[in-house]
Structures are given as structure tokens and as C-alpha cells.
Design a protein around this ligand. Structure first.
Ligand code: CMC
Length: 437
């Protein structure tokens, strides 16, 4: 990493300010404005943090113009082809790919932490059967902060490690419990003889009265989707986890805030919204009508699963998932999937449309993932939960990176105040109503 300076000139005063420029290992350099207020009495203004780097990070790199995504330096395409979700989880959390022994120990530890406390299980009975699973999952994850008192010292590296294994291991169990609660079916306990994704499918689809065999095609597809969703640098939910965690909050509470942030349709909730949109569009002939609605801003209609704050090119994850749809649907004998056909046609038409071309709007990770979840029999309301299970690894990696940084401080953005200037309190009887004023 190198550094030099960037000169800013105030045209009114003629004064020149010198700001340090910091360069990472790859990617654009950043202006270090951390002393701007101390030295010059002003703050920077960047609503929605579109051009603000909030931290140093060694975890994930994105080049949005080139459509590149690297986890700890490894291209996501290579990891998708050759790796496994457990290996990627280790990579993100510990910084390097594990050797065979490390992988075995890590997977074994995750396997041993899959059960949740029986009291936590009873929490689900407090929810109505039609509660959205993301509401249940974020509430139950937050409730984990009331358990596990043996490992809450965030300054103790071993405690942090135990927390990280517990949350990664228990998220599928919590998700499956939410699913079973919605169905009114008995909860299925985890099976530690199965790998991460096979165990998740078993907890989802098994029933106590029958034996259940996990379809290896389904487990492999889920594993691949989890690799692709595992991390995405400082996205909204990860930044939320970092912000909540920066106060020294209980880490389960910090992860729960990430689940809540992920739920929104502009973020992870888009995968659920895409399928609803495709059903709403219904037929290829209706696509022009909906593209017309996109262009009419008063309609508030957006193509869900399209566009990205960073990618101004194909989201590499969307390409992989689109190819995966062809393979998985063929293997499962469901090639004639009308929603997939419609999605392909919609992508094709949108990518030739001037509105999308000029704004550089491409399909993102959420555009095709729901097609696969649906082929695996996962209900639509669970799609964002699937995203949350995978992204928990990224949240944990970022939380670990932040907490172990000796320079960590509470995150506290500033504002441009546009409210009333100072005024004095007037007793209610003497206040004029709005009409009189
Ligand atoms: N459909 C139609 N127009 C769009 C879309 C879309 N999906 N996305 C952006 N635009 C337009 C937007 O109206 C604006 O046009 P104009 O310049 O005329 O006002 C322009 O493109 C820039 O949009 P923006 O809202 O300023 O972009 P942003 O970086 O703030 O938002 C986004 C990024 C992902 C929230 C947005 O593209 C979006 O709402 N997409 C649909 C929801 C979605 O698929 N979200 C998943 C994101 S990827 C996975 C994840 O993060 O979880």
C-alpha cells in the first residue's frame, strides 16, 4: 500500500488543503478525510454512502465496472467451480483456504454446534403461523444474546471464535424451525452425519414418520448458491452488522440487525420479489407493458433483481446462477419452467432497452436464485432466509475483522442539519394552531 497527497483548493479563500491519498492492494485509491473537521471545520457529505469507504478490509474485493468479485483474492467463479461452502466459510473467516485437517476440524466444529437450546425452540410458538420467516429468524437470532453466557467477551479471541462457529452452525437450524412452524409440522433435529447443506435440506423436508434421503443434486445446488451469497464487502446488511457491533453490542444482536437489514427488497428481499414480479408479468407478451411502467417514475415499479450500486456490468454471480438454472432444472427434470423462460426473455429484452443500457442496469444475484430455490421446493418466503444463512459467514468475517482491529471506534456518521434554528419553548395555551399561524 502506498500513499501520497491530493490538493483541494478553496476558490473563495484561495487556501489549499492537502488530503492524504491511501491506496489499497487493488482498486481505486481513497481520500483520507478523517482530519477534515479537525483541520478545516467542515464535514464531508455523502448520502447513502455511495462514495465513502467506511473501513479498511482484507476480505472481499469487487470491481463493479469489470464484473469481478474476489473472496480473499480468489475469483468467485473458481470457488464456485472447485470449492465448497464450508471451505469458503473458513476462507472468509480465517483469511486463507484450509488444509485438509483444518477443513475437517472446522466442519466438525460447525457440525457439533448445530443444535439450538430447547428454550429457543419454544420461542417459535409465540409467532402466528403466517409470520414471515425473516421476522422469526431475526427475532430468534437476537434472542441468542440471552443464551451462551460462556463466550460473550468480545475482546477474547477464543470467545469470538466460539461465537462465530455457533452462529454459522445454528442459522440453518433456526431457519428450518421457522419453516416447520409455518407448516405446523414437528421440528426436525439436525443430523451431524450430514454435510452443512444436506443437513439443512433434511431439517427442512424430513418428517418424523418417514425416512428421508437428501437429493445430492439439491445439496450441491444449495452449496453453490451459498458460496455465491457468502460475502459482498460493505453492503447494507454487513455495514449494519459492523455499525451495531462497533458499539460493543452482543454479537448475536449485531447479526440480528444484519438479518433485519437484509430483508428489504432493495437488498436480499429482492429474490422473493423477483418471483412475485415474474408471476405478475405472467407472459412474454406483457414484458413491454412492464418495461413501460419502469420508465414511468410515478408507477414506482422497478425490475426486481436488476441493477446494483456497484456493478455497472454483469454481476458475476448472476451469470453463474443463470447457467446453474439450466443444469439444475435439467437434472431435476424440470426444464420446462415457464418462470425461468420468462426471466431469460425479460433479461434479453431489458438488456437491449435504452433505459437499462444507459443506466448500466444488469441482472444481479437475486434475479435467478429464486428459480433454483423454487425447483428445490423451498417456499418463496424462505428465499431471503437462504440468503441470510449464507451471508452470516460474511457478517461474521467482517465482525471478526472489525473487533480484532486495535483501532476500532464506535461508528458515528454526521449530518447536514436542515431543521429549525434555535427557538424558545412556548406553553401550549399560547401556541397558535397551524391554521391561525
Ligand atoms: N429497475 C428500474 N430502474 C432502476 C432499477 C431497476 N431495478 N435499478 C435502478 N434503476 C434506475 C433508477 O430509477 C435510477 O434512474 P434515474 O437515474 O432515471 O433516476 C437509476 O437506475 C439509478 O438507480 P439508483 O436507485 O440511484 O441506484 P442505487 O445504486 O441507489 O440502487 C439498487 C441500487 C440495487 C437498490 C437498485 O438497482 C434497485 O432497486 N434494484 C432492484 C432491487 C434489487 O434487485 N435489489 C438487489 C440488489 S443485489 C443483491 C443485494 O444487494 O442483496
Amino acid at each position: 500500500m502506498s500513499s501520497n497527497n491530493f490538493e483541494l483548493k478553496n476558490p473563495e479563500s484561495g487556501l489549499t488543503t492537502s488530503l492524504p491519498v491511501r491506496s489499497g492492494t487493488i482498486g481505486p485509491a481513497v481520500l483520507d478525510i478523517s482530519n477534515l473537521n479537525r483541520d478545516h471545520g467542515v464535514f464531508s457529505y455523502d448520502p447513502a454512502f455511495a462514495v465513502t469507504a467506511s473501513c479498511d478490509s482484507k476480505i472481499t474485493y469487487i470491481d463493479g465496472d469489470a464484473g469481478v468479485l474476489l473472496y480473499r483474492g480468489y475469483p468467485v467463479e473458481q470457488l464456485a467451480e472447485k470449492s465448497s461452502f464450508m471451505e469458503v466459510a473458513y476462507l472468509l473467516m480465517y483469511g486463507d483456504l484450509p488444509d485438509a485437517t483444518q477443513l475437517q476440524e472446522f466442519s466438525g466444529s460447525i457440525g457439533r454446534h448445530t443444535m439450538i437450546n430447547e428454550s429457543l425452540l419454544r420461542f417459535f410458538n409465540g409467532f402466528h403461523h403466517d409470520a414471515h420467516p425473516m421476522a422469526m429468524v431475526s427475532a430468534v437470532v437476537a434472542s441468542m444474546s440471552a443464551f451462551y453466557h460462556d463466550s460473550t467477551d468480545i475482546h477474547n479471541p477464543r470467545h469470538r471464535e466460539i461465537f462465530s462457529h455457533r452462529i454459522v452452525a445454528k442459522l440453518p437450524t433456526i431457519a428450518a424451525a421457522a419453516h416447520k412452524h409455518s407448516l405446523g409440522q414437528p421440528f426436525i433435529y439436525p443430523r451431524n452425519d450430514l454435510d452443512y447443506c444436506s443437513n439443512m435440506l433434511s431439517m427442512f423436508f424430513a418428517v418424523p414418520c418417514e425416512s428421508y434421503t437428501v437429493d445430492p443434486i439439491a445439496a450441491k445446488a444449495l452449496d453453490l448458491l451459498f458460496i455465491l451469497h457468502a460475502d459482498h464487502e460493505q453492503n447494507a446488511s454487513t455495514s449494519t452488522v459492523r455499525l451495531a457491533g462497533s458499539t460493543g453490542a452482543n454479537p448475536y444482536a449485531a447479526i440480528s440487525s444484519g438479518v433485519a437489514a437484509l430483508w428489504g427488497p432493495a437488498h436480499g428481499g429482492a429474490n422473493e420479489a423477483v418471483l412475485a414480479m415474474l408471476e405478475q408479468i405472467g407472459r412474454v407478451e406483457n414484458i413491454p407493458k412492464y418495461l413501460g411502467m419502469v420508465k414511468d417514475k410515478s408507477s414506482h415499479f422497478r425490475l426486481m433483481g436488476f441493477g446494483h450500486r456497484i456493478y455497472k456490468n454483469f454481476d458475476p454471480r448472476a451469470k453463474i446462477i443463470r447457467d446453474m438454472c439450466h443444469q439444475v432444472l435439467a437434472k431435476l427434470g424440470r426444464n420446462d419452467n415457464p418462470l425461468f423462460e420468462l426471466a431469460l426473455k425479460l433479461e434479453d429484452i431489458a438488456l437491449k432497452d435504452e433505459y437499462f443500457v444507459s443506466r448500466k442496469l444488469y441482472p444481479n444475484v437475486d434475479f435467478y436464485s429464486g428459480i433454483i430455490y423454487s425447483a428445490l421446493g423451498i417456499p418463496r418466503s424462505m428465499y431471503t432466509v437462504m440468503f441470510a444463512i449464507a451471508r452470516t459467514v460474511g457478517w461474521v468475517a467482517h465482525w471478526l475483522e472489525m473487533i480484532s482491529d486495535p483501532n476500532m471506534r464506535i461508528s458515528r456518521p454526521r449530518q447536514l442539519y436542515t431543521g429549525p434554528v434555535r427557538r424558545d419553548y412556548v406553553p401550549a395555551a399560547q401556541r397558535k394552531t397551524l391554521q391561525e399561524a
